[in-house]
Design a protein around this ligand. Structure first.
Ligand code: MN
Length: 717
């Protein structure tokens, strides 16, 4: 499978460029760029064993086949310099100009993104990202050619990697090449991808093609000569050539269930003429001699494809009744068919800089229209146009999640926009944000390449109204607003909670007594509700009276618990062993969150079971008659919730991040983080899951070593 590739030299490259650009100064600049890249990549090698410089050289060489301009060729030679060496953009700008530097930076940005994915949505997204991130269409072409050379040398990678790259190429890059109309590059990328993705299929097709190649070549040649004579007879100046179908193209047809022998465009001709009229003229002449298949006739001259492809296609019965596919087009159409968008910025059409920029912008707009496909038809036309405009004006930034997923946002976006873009749940429960590992305020303006981590807390109070002004995107603002309109509901929930707790206080009933899982379940069942919030909501809405609920829970209960006996029975399912009682429901009180190692005491609730408190929990101050001795079941190794409050000096450093790191380092997991106050000192409330008291002590001791921590306390509510 190895292929012997003859290594190109810088002289080969320059000779090739000189065929379409004779400007000595510019040719010298290419040599200069080569020498520069050569030094930068010294002692670096490709996996294929060659010196690294052969890769950029080869990329530039391939680009000459589409008559790339000088800045593009120079950028090709330098394209890996920023990524793989310590070179800075400024240095390149100084030596080779801003235009080249921008191209190099553009391709470097693209190379940092890992595009492989199994998610269809992301495939669409990545296509858009590649286009959106490239200020200049040449960056995309550079990327495609860079990949082409890497695909040509893909055999050096392990099979896993080969398949991954081939898949990515086929899913993301060849569609872009197609949209840009760069068919020659697209076609080679497709064939190479297929070869690594499905080698059996690929080599099977190659073999079949080889089997009757001679026959086919003969048939094509005979037909070619006939048609040539025919057109000459009618005085149509033309060029005609036999055409081979790409292996991938054949694979696609076989994939739709066709038999190899039924693929008729295996025999194909292409006729090039000067003018559009001559295309139709030639077509008429051919149709008058050979019968054609009406269904297979296509006029892409009158109706160009989205990527501006133009040509006439017809399929005729040729010699010995064999089907031939014939394409007829002008030279200009052929150039566009092969090189697509690249045929525009090629050297020979170079206009003034301003005109050039304009047409690049136009090209990009057109390109965007074709690439943002149905997946985004949720957007209204207006939104679509404004989103494209923003992209065109390059007002977008690209930031990353901690996992490396790229998120595209308009310039000026804040962590709030980021959070809501990821998910409105993330936005609604956001309590803070880290950018590049430092805590930032929520109105911080995100910059390109920032790594953004949103800190959430499921107990958060929800977004604040100020966020509406801090958000950049209308989309974000409306999500926050919709939170508040549904928070009318929230207000009633809060009211309901207040009402019921007021009633409990009035009746002198301990909250924990009321809030047992069992009580709540009974209420939910009785009123046919789903959640505790539903209960509150119904009270807040005045649908159910708070006192009715309390009466329902406490009126008919009479708990009989066995007397505290002498012997201890193990209740293996529980965290807690209760003196004298076997199967009994035990809850850990969430006012003081006892941990294994804490001195604890049980409280016999009126409803059901036993709630376990820390012995010093103030909620038990005045009750003695209903307590029961309990102890920890030492055989369980669960994790328990501990709530701590940390007082720190008010600094702008990334204290919270460090605190979280320390906690993590001590192998406890963080359940939630809340910033309580930022007035004199910064106070955090952190809920974490620990093994027991000892574990918690170890963590707090460790945290106390941080100089900015004043004090840490465990909460009893
Ligand atoms: Mn490269």
């Amino acid at each position: 499978m190895d292929q012997q590739i003859e290594l190109k030299t810088i002289d080969d490259l320059i000779n090739k460029v000189a065929k379409y650009n004779k400007n000595k100064k510019e040719l010298n600049k290419i040599r200069e760029a080569y020498d520069y890249a050569y030094l930068k990549h010294q002692n670096q090698y490709r996996k294929t064993g060659e010196a690294y410089i052969y890769h950029p050289l080869e990329v530039a060489y391939i680009l000459t086949s589409i008559t790339a301009d000088i800045p593009c060729l120079i950028a090709a030679l330098l394209h890996d310099v920023v990524e793989d060496t310590t070179t800075k953009k400024e240095e390149i700008a100084e030596k080779f100009g801003e235009e080249v530097a921008n191209l190099v930076v553009g391709i470097t940005k693209l190379s940092r993104i890992n595009f492989s994915t199994d998610n269809d949505y992301l495939i669409e997204y990545y296509k858009k990202i590649i286009v959106g991130m490239s200020e200049d269409v040449r960056v995309i072409i550079l990327k495609l050619v860079d990949r082409l050379h890497n695909m040509r040398t893909l055999y050096v990678l392990p099979i896993e990697k080969q398949k991954e790259k081939a898949k990515e190429t086929l899913e993301i890059l060849t569609p872009i090449a197609h949209h840009l109309g760069i068919n020659r590059i697209k076609s080679e990328l497709e064939d190479l991808s297929l070869r690594y993705l499905k080698p059996e299929v690929y080599y099977d097709i190659v073999e079949k093609l080889n089997n009757n190649k001679l026959e086919r070549d003969n048939a094509v040649n005979e037909m070619l000569n006939e048609v040539k004579a025919l057109l000459k007879e009618h005085n149509i100046k033309h060029e005609i050539k036999g055409r081979s179908k790409s292996i991938y193209g054949i694979y696609k047809k076989l994939d739709t269930g066709r038999k190899f022998n039924d693929i008729y465009d295996l025999l194909a001709l292409r006729i090039l003429v000067k003018t559009e009229q001559e295309c139709y003229l030639a077509l008429g002449i051919i149709h008058s001699k050979y019968r054609h298949l009406p269904k297979r006739f296509k006029d892409f001259i009158a109706m160009p494809k989205a990527n501006r492809y133009q040509s006439l296609h017809t399929t005729v019965f040729g010699l010995e009744g064999q089907l031939f596919e014939i394409q007829i087009r002008t030279y200009e159409m052929d150039e566009i068919a092969e090189n697509g968008i690249a045929s525009h910025w090629s050297y020979k059409e170079k206009k003034t800089v301003k005109e050039d920029n304009l047409s690049l912008t136009e090209q990009k707009l057109q390109f965007f229209k074709s690439i943002i496909d149905l997946k985004e038809d949720r957007l209204s036309t207006e939104e679509f146009v404004s989103s494209v405009k923003k992209d065109l004006l390059n007002n977008n930034i690209y930031v990353f999640t901690p996992k490396g997923d790229v998120i595209e946002l308009p310039k000026g976006s804040t962590p709030i926009d980021f959070a809501y873009r990821v998910h409105s749940k993330i936005g609604d429960s956001m309590v803070g944000a880290l950018v590049n590992n430092s805590i930032v305020s929520l109105d911080y303006e995100l910059k390109d390449d920032d790594i953004v981590k949103i800190i959430t807390n499921k107990n958060s109070q929800g977004p604040s109204k100020e966020w509406i002004n801090m958000a950049k995107l209308t989309h974000t603002k409306s999500k926050i607003k919709s939170y508040f309109s549904s928070s009318m509901k929230q207000d009633n929930i809060n009211l309901g909670k207040e009402l019921i707790e007021k009633e409990l206080r009035k009746k002198n009933i301990d909250f924990n007594l009321f809030y047992s899982d069992e009580n709540i379940d009974r209420i939910l069942q009785k009123y046919k509700l789903m959640t505790l919030n539903d209960i509150y909501l119904n009270i807040g809405n005045n649908k159910i009276g708070a006192s009715n609920i309390i009466d329902f829970v406490f009126k008919k209960e009479t708990v009989t618990l066995p007397k505290i006996g002498g012997h201890v029975i193990k209740n293996a399912d529980n965290d807690i062993i209760v003196a004298g009682i076997d199967k009994v429901k035990v809850n850990l009180a969430n006012c003081c969150n006892p941990l294994p190692g804490d001195h604890i005491i049980g409280y016999i609730t009126k409803g059901t079971g036993i709630t376990v408190h820390r012995i010093n929990c103030h909620n038990l101050n005045n009750v003695t008659d209903r307590t029961i001795a309990v102890k920890w079941n030492s055989e369980l190794t669960k994790r328990y919730l501990a709530n701590i409050i940390i007082h720190t000096s008010k600094t702008t450093n990334n204290n919270l991040f460090e605190i979280m790191q320390r906690i993590n380092f001590n192998s406890a997991s963080i359940d939630s983080v809340k910033t309580l106050s930022k007035i004199d000192e910064t106070v955090y409330e952190i809920s974490l899951l620990v093994i027991g008291k000892e574990h918690l002590n170890k963590i707090t001791n460790d945290l106390n070593r941080l100089t900015y921590i004043h004090n840490i306390e465990r909460i009893i509510r």
